[in-house]
Design a protein around this ligand. Structure first.
Ligand code: NAD
Length: 348
C-alpha cells in the first residue's frame, strides 16, 4: 500500500478496527478529539457512540455547519480548544462529518504540534466517495476554495452508509455528482450503473466509487499527473462555487461540479475528441438532475477571473482535464477564453 492510498473499512469491521486502534500499544493514544459540526453532533455522534464507547478519554469539539466555516479562523478555534483540552502528540482526531469537517479536521491535525494522527468518518455521500479519500486537506482563503492546505492522509477511513439516512436529499444529490464524475473519467460501466440507479442502491455504488478514486490517488498521490483527471468539471465548477459562495444564489459543491462537468464536456467535444453523442448523453443526464443556472456576461467575466487564480494553473495558464470519451480523460489541457464562454451558452 502506498502512503496515500487510504485504508478503508466498512460497517461493523470498521468499528472493530477503531476499537483495536484505540488499544494500540506500540503507538498509544492518550485521548481522542471528535470534531463535529452542528448537524453531525445531533445526527451522527450518537450513532458513533452506540458502536464504541469513547467517552472516558474523548472530547467533542463542535463547529457550525457549512462551507462558510471552512476557514482559518475556525482552525484557530479548534487549535485553542485542543490546547485547552490538553491534546498532545499522542492524541487522535476523529473527523465525523461531511467534506467540510474532514477537510478542516485533516488540516488542523496536520499542523497541530507538527502533526497528530486522525481518522475520517464521512457522514455525507460526497464525503464518503470523495472528500475523505486521498489525503487532501485544507480551508478556503476568503472565497478562494481550498487555497491553504496540505496533503495528509488519515490513518484510516470508516464508511458506514447508515449516516446517509438523515442526510437531506439535496446533499445526497450533490454527492452523486462526484460519483458520476468517477464514471465519466475512468469507468464507463460505472457511469452506466449510476445512470440506471433508480432505486438508490447506495452500498455497492459507494464501494465502486471509492475504489475508482483510491486507485487513481494511489498511482499519483501528489497530483503530478494522472490524479489531475479527478479535476474534471472542477476548473469551472470551483469557480462557480466560489463566485456564488457569497451571494444569495449559493450552490452546493456537487451542484457546481455537475454544472462544471456539463460545460467542460462541451469543451471536451470541441477540442478533445468527445463525440457529440457522448456530450448530449452527459448533458441530458446531468442537467436533468442539476438544472444549469443562467449566467450573465458580467458574471462570466468574474467567474473567469476566479479561474485565473486557480491553484491548478501552471505557467499562468488555466488547466483543464477534458474527456476523450465516456470513461477516458486527459489532463493539462489549455482552453481559450472564447471557448469557455461558449460552453456557458450551452444551457438549453
Ligand atoms: N479533500 C478533498 O479531496 C475534497 C474532495 C471533494 C470535496 N471536498 C470538499 O468537501 C466540501 C463539501 O462536502 P459536503 O458536501 O460533505 O458538505 P458539508 O460537510 O458541508 O455537509 C453538508 C451538510 O450536511 C450536514 N450533514 C453532514 N452529515 C450529515 C448527516 N449524516 N445527516 C444530516 N446532516 C448531515 C452538514 O452539517 C452540512 O450542513 C467542500 O468544502 C469541498 O471543497 C474536498
Amino acid at each position: 500500500m502506498s502512503l496515500f492510498e487510504t485504508n478503508i473499512f466498512f460497517n461493523e469491521e470498521a468499528y472493530n478496527k477503531l476499537k483495536n486502534y484505540l488499544l494500540n500499544e506500540v503507538y498509544p493514544i492518550e485521548n481522542t478529539f471528535i470534531l463535529v459540526d452542528h448537524c453531525t453532533y445531533i445526527h451522527c455522534l450518537p450513532i458513533l457512540l452506540s458502536h464504541i464507547n469513547l467517552l472516558e478519554r474523548s472530547n467533542v469539539i463542535k463547529i457550525k455547519s457549512g462551507e462558510k466555516e471552512k476557514n482559518i479562523y475556525t482552525c484557530i478555534k479548534i487549535w485553542k480548544d485542543m490546547e485547552n483540552l490538553k491534546a498532545n502528540r499522542n492524541s487522535l482526531m476523529i473527523n465525523l462529518g461531511g467534506g467540510v469537517i474532514t477537510d478542516i479536521g485533516g488540516f488542523v491535525a496536520s499542523v497541530f504540534k507538527r502533526g497528530v494522527r486522525f481518522i475520517n468518518i464521512p457522514t455525507t455521500l460526497l464525503g464518503m466517495v470523495d472528500a475523505s479519500i486521498g489525503g487532501k486537506t485544507g480551508v478556503n482563503l476568503e472565497s478562494i476554495k481550498n487555497e491553504i492546505g496540505s496533503f495528509n492522509p488519515p490513518e484510516f477511513l470508516i464508511i458506514d452508509p447508515i449516516f446517509l439516512k438523515t442526510l437531506p436529499e439535496k446533499e445526497l444529490i450533490s454527492g452523486m455528482a462526484e460519483m458520476f464524475k468517477h464514471g465519466l473519467i475512468a469507468d464507463k460501466n460505472f457511469w452506466i450503473d449510476m445512470k440506471n440507479n433508480k432505486n438508490n442502491k447506495w452500498d455497492d455504488l459507494i464501494y465502486q466509487s471509492i475504489l475508482i478514486k483510491n486507485k487513481i490517488v494511489e498511482k499519483d498521490p501528489k497530483e503530478k499527473g494522472l490524479r489531475k483527471i479527478l479535476n474534471f468539471g472542477h476548473t469551472i465548477g470551483h469557480a462557480l462555487e466560489s463566485y456564488f459562495m457569497d451571494s444569495k444564489k449559493k450552490i452546493l459543491h456537487g451542484i457546481a461540479i455537475a454544472m462544471g462537468m456539463v460545460y467542460e464536456s462541451w469543451i471536451s467535444h470541441k477540442i478533445n475528441g468527445l463525440s457529440i453523442e457522448d456530450y448530449q448523453e452527459i448533458k441530458s443526464i446531468l442537467s436533468g438532475m442539476y438544472p444549469l443556472k443562467k449566467i450573465s456576461d458580467s458574471e462570466m467575466d468574474q467567474i473567469f477571473s476566479i479561474m485565473e487564480h486557480d491553484k491548478k494553473n501552471e505557467m499562468n495558464k488555466i488547466q483543464f482535464s477534458l474527456l476523450k470519451e465516456i470513461g477516458i480523460c486527459s489532463y493539462n489541457c489549455q482552453v481559450p477564453y472564447s471557448l469557455i464562454k461558449e460552453s456557458f451558452l450551452q444551457r438549453n
